[in-house]
Write a protein that binds this ligand. Structure first.
Ligand code: AMP
Length: 421
């Protein structure tokens, strides 16, 4: 075959018919579970101000240029959103959503963009669903977030996964911990990966996230934040574990699980699938009590998670989970001649109004090809209509599954469709 003239960018994929039905099934489950947990959907633009996203990351320009799709237009700096927490917080602050009262339980589904090196489970355009609870520092909020997240995987049928949790404490305990990490890693600096060497001074917590082989032995023996937590953070963490136990949600404590950015506080969690290979994180989340203020709002405690839909689908594939039915249509009208074609065009909307899916041949093909097409479209029934049928007011109604045919008037056809579908 000839090379196509145009292609998608590297790391960006088309989701084609046959695959898209799986997405629809997952999205339906997310919406349904969100409703059960009383989360409301929020939709924010794909483009954000670069400053919102880059804020607080430190090494601002470096991260933006290496890891994000960013561009300028006039005086404005745009970035394709790499995640949705900051955009949701921006919307929360900008629209004063706190004035609606109570906690704001929000969820989203949509594409995110990161200029990473593509590999299995890692794309440049990928999709996340996620949720944020703004306005509560109660450990119940943390656990509700995790429960909502897990409920989606449970509904999909993914059972092989593990929830890892940790507490990253408050800013003071983190400062002490950071120093301890710097003291610990510095003597081994030359043996660490290049990325980790760069992170050592600025953000040593992120070394713990490293997947680089050469970092692993040092990470294993690194100090753990649990030893640096103050009383309040310890109690909060104890409550999170207590509620998880009470809900029967199993988890493993991972003392090295940290979220690298400074606005994260207390609870951190990750959902891992052993079926995914190197990119094994299905979802991650945690508490970020300092972010709302950083984005310009009143201090507001908050917790949330983000989950990758591609990875959820990969896990389904590994586990042979069928998410959607093969395509089908209730009725296919096979036509012989022009009069029959006009009749069919007029009848299609009537069938559709009554709730049936219905189609016909659009290409003026022979009866044989139309019957083949009906098969390919997985039609449950066909009506075969030509001039004789129109004159007599009786049509050939074929049950494709049973291979049975009857000559029936239209009202009887409707009756049968209603009974059988
Ligand atoms: P993060 O926002 O980095 O915590 O990511 C949350 C989840 O989004 C991860 O656990 C993955 O499931 C998914 N994810 C993150 N980055 C990518 C990517 N580049 N390609 C596909 N999925 C991703």
């Amino acid at each position: 075959m000839a090379q196509p003239k145009y292609r998608t960018h590297v790391g960006m994929v088309d989701i084609l018919p046959g695959e898209v039905e799986k997405w629809q099934a997952v999205e339906r489950i997310i919406h349904e579970e969100a409703k059960k947990f009383n989360f409301e959907e929020i939709r924010t633009p794909i483009l954000e101000q670069t400053e919102l996203i880059a804020r607080g990351i430190g090494q601002l320009t470096d991260i933006v240029s290496k890891e994000m799709f960013a561009f300028e237009r006039g005086d404005d700096q745009y970035v394709l959103r790499p995640e949705c927490t900051a955009p949701v917080v921006r919307a929360f602050v900008g629209h004063h959503l706190e004035q609606r009262g109570g906690t704001q339980n929000l969820y989203y589904i949509g594409p995110m963009f990161r200029a990473e090196k593509p590999q299995k489970g890692r794309q440049r355009q990928f999709h996340q669903f996620g949720a944020e609870i703004l306005g509560s520092d109660d450990p119940i909020a943390d656990v509700e977030c995790m429960a909502f997240m897990i409920s989606v995987y449970d509904r999909v049928g993914i059972s092989n996964m593990s929830l890892k949790i940790n507490s990253v404490g408050d800013p003071e305990s983190r400062e002490a911990y950071k120093q301890a990490l710097i003291d610990y890693f510095t003597p081994h600096k030359d043996e660490l990966s290049e990325v980790s060497q760069n992170r050592l001074e600025k953000n040593p917590l992120r070394i713990l996230d490293s997947k680089e082989e050469e970092d692993q032995p040092f990470i294993e023996d690194a100090p753990v934040i649990g030893d640096f937590l103050n009383e309040e953070s310890s109690q909060h963490y104890a409550k999170v574990k207590q509620y998880l136990n009470e809900l029967g949600i199993s988890y493993e404590e991972d003392p090295h699980l940290v979220r690298g950015l400074d606005y994260y506080t207390r609870t951190a969690f990750e959902l891992i699938s052993p079926d995914l290979g190197a990119q094994d994180a299905l979802a991650g989340g945690g508490r970020y009590d300092l972010l709302v203020e950083e984005v310009g709002g009143q201090p507001t405690p908050a917790v949330g998670f983000a989950a990758g839909i591609e990875r959820l689908l990969l896990a389904c594939k590994e586990m042979d989970i069928e998410l959607s039915e093969p395509k089908s249509v209730d009725l296919y009208i096979v036509t012989i001649g022009d009069k029959a074609r006009s009749w069919a065009i007029q009848q299609l909307p009537e069938f559709r109004k009554k709730g049936f899916s219905a189609t016909m041949d659009y290409a003026g093909r022979s009866i044989k090809s139309q019957m083949k097409d009906a098969d390919r479209e997985n039609a449950r029934y066909t009506i075969i209509v030509g001039e004789n049928e129109l004159n007599e007011g009786k049509f050939t109604f074929r049950d494709m599954e049973a291979s049975e045919e009857n000559q029936l008037p239209l009202d009887e056809i409707y009756g049968r469709l209603k009974k059988k579908l």
